[in-house]
Design a protein around this ligand. Sequence first.
Ligand code: OOG
Ligand code: NI
Length: 465
Amino acid sequence: MVPTWRLRTAFARRLSAVYGTEVPAYTTLLDVTARINEETVRRDGHPGHLGGLDRVTAERHGAIRVGTPDELRQAGAVFAALGMHPVGFYDLRDGPGAVPVVSTAFRPLDAEELERNPFRVFTSLLTPDDRRFFDDGLARRLGTFLGRRTLFPPALLALAARAEDGGGLPDADADRFLTLATDAFALSAEPVDRAWYEELSRVSAVAADIGGVTTTHLNHLTPRVLDIDALYRRMTDHGITMIDRIQGPPRWDGPDVLLRQTSFRALSEPRAFRETDGRVTDGTLRVRFGEVEARGIALTRTGRTRYDALTAETDRRTAASDTTGSDAAADHAATARAVWEAGFPRTERLLATEGLAFFTYAPALTRPRDGRRPPDGLAALLDQGWLTARPIVYEDFLPRSAAGIFRSNLTRDTTRDTERTAAPYDADRLAAALDRPVHDPFARYADRSLTTLRQARRALGLTPT
Ligand code: OOG
Ligand code: NI
């Protein structure tokens, strides 16, 4: 019997192998990432408090894009077999880098499962009923095209259902399941209908990538790096052109929070095209890319509001400056750092006591037994050495960075008529499509933190909260 978490680990490994053959720059990225991680551990010591090195080395997130609620539900069934559940709702249809999708991330929920293998897949659903992007006629034709394709073969879905019910699969079935699941996300050799792909591209490159082909594919696979600034420089030295900056919080002297990401465009990939006269020709498409990320501490809602305010303040200040090119990137980094130094706590302890970030708590084992009674407040418990706090790693995504990742890799802007009405999408509508609950990321972190705090307080003889 292969249990769920082993299926997940094997799936992540197989996808990584396939993606490496499809996108050679990904292999370079993995090599550089592994080297940087080793160097960082040698320099700074073990990153234990934000996940062990084994976890970090194996850690990946992928991104896929699907066209219909049915396809999303089926993707959800495949991921459920791997112990990955929908968490969070991301609406990427607004703002300067708007794309016609809404998204969730499939990932393990529990701490032990995350520690075993935290594989996650950012999954986006096309929104053809959003009239700002698609008119009636195009939406109807998209519906017809998508309704005819099958992304996940019935045999795969049958095995997925058995794996979900049974918490795993017998060896032979596991192998078959993993083969079918990996194949479902591999690039297809099927010719792309050029006219149809072009028509969709005029609306949105993302719409063409989703609705212009008969299969889905992994869009990127992202390793986790411990020093993303070093990685950025090293990849540039390898001759790979990175996007102009690292998205998310700046590099600074305080704690690493949330998520910092950067990416590079993959080279064009050879694809077969079907022309209007039926001939099949060779061509190229350039839609996939490489991405890497560094993960920090999960923020509470209050912490997140602070983060969003600091980001907005950085934007305001950089918009006022008139530098361009690499000067602009350096300027942005310096401005962001200054904004953070003025507005964000500089220590983990302050993040904990101000309720800005999530930690797990445990009674300190080292405290001398001096007959004193523990104080009641969190700050005093931490200061006087009664409790230790360990950061909870941020396991999710940032909508603004996601939009940046989408945008930085598009050659054409999406056409959007903001006079028309948006289609109403929210987490509930996504949950209905999935036929599964969409979990609230904040509630997951809060639960875990509070459970450990209650236990720790009980162990110290205090009232649980
Ligand atoms: C997903 C983009 C979002 C991230 O890391 O924020 C994403 C996509 O390109 O399909 O993967
Ligand atoms: Ni990504």
